[in-house]
Design a protein around this ligand. Structure first.
Ligand SMILES: Cc1cc2nc3c(=O)[nH]c(=O)nc-3n(C[C@H](O)[C@H](O)[C@H](O)COP(=O)(O)O)c2cc1C
Length: 177
């Protein structure tokens, strides 16, 4: 049994992330032995990282209740799947803050992403790999990159449903393997 934490990495009203979440749920709902929980970073509403110690310091203790909630969700998951929009050629700030806020919880944690944007979110994927790799997560090779005007319309509706389905399936296959 695998429990996947699906993390919504956008806080925008009308976000495309909600449609990408639907496509991910369609895949996950078909899998036997896989359960999932959705973490909406907008709802969790963590503060920007403000602890006086770095999370990789052995003495780092989480005091903030929202960060504790986030930490418990990551701890309880067998794998974490980020829904990753590209903002200014990198990760959304809310997602970067969620990565920065935890230390040991990331060690060896299987992590992947479904990215999207005008070039499939490729630049966000690059910085995602660097940030999540730096906290020693087990970042997977296969990361879906859904391109606007190729795979998705800019409002998130499907353009190439078969390719979206195949990319998401390949990403989740490797995450749960
Ligand atoms: C602040 C901001 C910066 C953006 N920068 C990029 C970018 O660098 N590359 C890109 O492909 N799309 C960029 N976009 C477009 C987003 O990919 C698009 O708005 C997408 O829908 C964002 O995901 P969301 O709706 O789930 O928040 C940007 C959007 C915003 C709001």
């Amino acid at each position: 049994m695998s429990n996947i934490l699906v993390v919504i990495g956008s806080a925008r009203k009308g976000r495309v992330a909600d449609k990408v979440l639907d496509y991910i749920k369609t895949d996950l709902d078909k899998r036997e032995g896989v359960t999932y929980t959705v973490a909406d970073l907008k709802e969790i509403n963590m503060p920007f990282f403000d602890n006086e110690l770095s999370p990789n310091n052995e003495a780092y203790t989480i005091t903030d209740p929202q960060v504790k909630q986030w930490s418990e969700l990551v701890q309880a998951a067998d794998g974490v799947l980020f829904i990753t929009p590209e903002y200014n050629h990198t990760l959304s700030a809310i997602q970067k803050n969620a990565i920065d806020s935890l230390g040991i919880d990331w060690n060896e944690k299987p992590v992947s992403a479904v990215a999207y944007g005008w070039s499939g979110g490729s630049l966000a994927v690059g910085t995602f790999r660097e940030a999540i790799g730096n906290v020693k997560a087990d970042v997977k090779q296969t990361i879906a990159q859904l391109g606007f005007m190729k795979d998705l319309n800019p409002d998130g509706t499907l353009l190439d449903a078969a390719n979206v389905e195949a990319q998401i399936a390949a990403t989740i296959d490797e995450l749960v393997a």
